[in-house]
Design a protein around this ligand. Structure first.
Ligand code: SAM
Length: 250
């Protein structure tokens, strides 16, 4: 593991460049000084999803604020074109878990989908975005996954980009094994759809199967919890078709 990158990382929306002074107030200042106990002279990495990662040093801190100076770029920006994950929102802790793990596993878009048996009627997008940012800071990503507006499953067809495959995790076992699909994948971008705890309705799976951009997949002989299915699908993708052939980002 590289020791040249600071362990502490902070996402911010500002443009980043050498010598920039940043006055962090509120939550970021509390996180740096109150939670991490960083003090004057300590360093951290900062990134905004566009300008790469930069070394910042704490100049001063006071009640509710923390002043930083950006010193130099540590890593240039690069694309992180991971798969999309479409998921039926589950209870709060389950969604938090999926967002965190999917971000660590490199998804580029998280897209809540309402199905007939979806448990949650609402999704707090700000909360999902905060979870994704925390996970991206921790795992050294240079981007934050896009959190898309929730969509009803029957509206997906009209919004789906035709150059992207949609791989549907079909718990009826009618799809081919996911590992086989991914192993022979044609290189086009992909999204993976996982159903809710109550499963897809038969009519939903039949309608999905008829769409030209859909491939149905099986995750083996056991029924997995929705969270487990999402993580298993992403692990399979990253290991066989994604970026697990690369080493840790330097
Ligand atoms: N209630 C459903 C049942 O008993 O058949 C199970 C739903 S499962 C908890 C939640 C979602 O995970 C499913 O809709 C599917 O997308 C995915 N899933 C779980 N196990 C799977 C498997 N063995 N193959 C494919 N998809 C699976």
């Amino acid at each position: 593991m590289s020791t040249s990158l600071p362990k502490t990382r902070l996402y911010m929306t500002k443009e980043l460049s050498a010598s920039l002074k940043i006055d962090a107030v509120g939550a970021p200042a509390h996180y740096l000084a109150g939670v991490l106990r960083l003090t004057r002279g300590d360093v951290l990495g900062v990134f905004n999803g566009r300008d790469g990662e930069w070394l910042a040093r704490i100049d001063s801190q006071g009640k509710g604020r923390c002043e930083l100076t950006i010193e130099r770029q540590l890593r240039p920006q690069r694309d992180e074109p991971g798969p999309w994950l479409l998921f039926a929102p589950i209870k709060k802790t389950g969604v938090d878990f999926v967002i965190e793990k999917a971000t660590e596993l490199g998804v580029s878009r998280l897209w809540p989908v309402f199905t007939q048996h979806t448990q949650s009627a609402r999704v707090n997008l700000d909360r999902l975005r905060s979870r994704a940012i925390e996970a991206a800071e921790q795992c050294r990503r240079l981007t934050i996954p896009d959190i898309a507006e929730p969509i009803a499953l029957d509206a997906l067809e009209s919004h789906w980009p035709r150059d992207r495959r949609l791989i549907v995790m079909d718990e009826r076992g009618e799809g081919r094994p996911l590992a086989e699909i991914v192993h022979h994948f044609d290189g086009s971008p992909a999204g993976m759809l996982v159903g809710p705890e109550g499963g897809f309705a038969t009519s939903e799976l039949d309608a999905l199967a008829a769409l030209p951009f859909v491939t149905r997949a099986s995750l083996g002989p056991r029924i997995l919890r929705a969270e487990t299915a999402a993580i298993a699908a992403l692990v399979c993708w990253q290991a066989l078709a994604g970026d697990w052939n690369q080493s840790l980002a330097q």
